[in-house]
Write a protein that binds this ligand. Structure first.
Ligand code: TYD
Length: 138
């Protein structure tokens, strides 16, 4: 699903496998990653019971990939919520619009890699849920 109401899409990433194992290659401005990648970060060693995120972005595009382990990504568009479970390194969650997101239920070995379209910019964040709801309903 990808539209302005719930702007996310689950991407199936091509796996190059052979008798040695598997490899996934991601290239910017491709069908897999539809933006120029300016930043990569990854979340790992997450303590049990932790919820991360709890913010929205004004304009950032991201692809989230659980390259190891699993976690849940809650998406909230201001009027509805969806939870996407990421548990497959061949699956990418593309987020491109104004969505509140929370990450939780990290397995102990989870490595959540995030490809982002912009450098880190705190001004792009909305970290207050009340403010997010006000802006989402405009
Ligand atoms: P934070 O926004 O709390 O992470 P999350 O949304 O996953 O809960 O970020 C944690 C710290 O890392 C905070 O001090 C900001 C910093 N940070 C960067 O410096 N660059 C980045 O690209 C990101 C995502 C965070």
């Amino acid at each position: 699903m990808h539209n302005s109401v719930f702007p996310f899409k689950l991407l199936e990433l091509s796996v190059r496998g052979d008798e040695r194992g598997s490899l996934i290659a991601l290239e910017a401005l491709s069908a897999q990653i539809p933006f120029e990648i300016k930043r990569v970060y990854y979340i790992f060693g997450t303590c049990a019971g932790v919820t991360r995120g709890k913010h929205a972005h004004h304009r950032l595009e991201q692809v989230l990939i659980a390259v190891s382990g699993s976690c849940d990504i809650l998406l909230d568009n201001g009027s509805a919520r969806k939870t996407i479970r990421l548990d497959n390194p061949a699956q990418g969650l593309y987020l491109s619009g104004f969505l509140w997101r929370e990450m939780s239920n990290f397995s102990p070995a989870c490595v959540l890699m995030v490809l982002a379209s912009e450098h880190y910019d705190e001004k792009d964040y909305v970290r207050d849920y009340g403010e997010f709801l006000r802006l989402a309903k405009k």
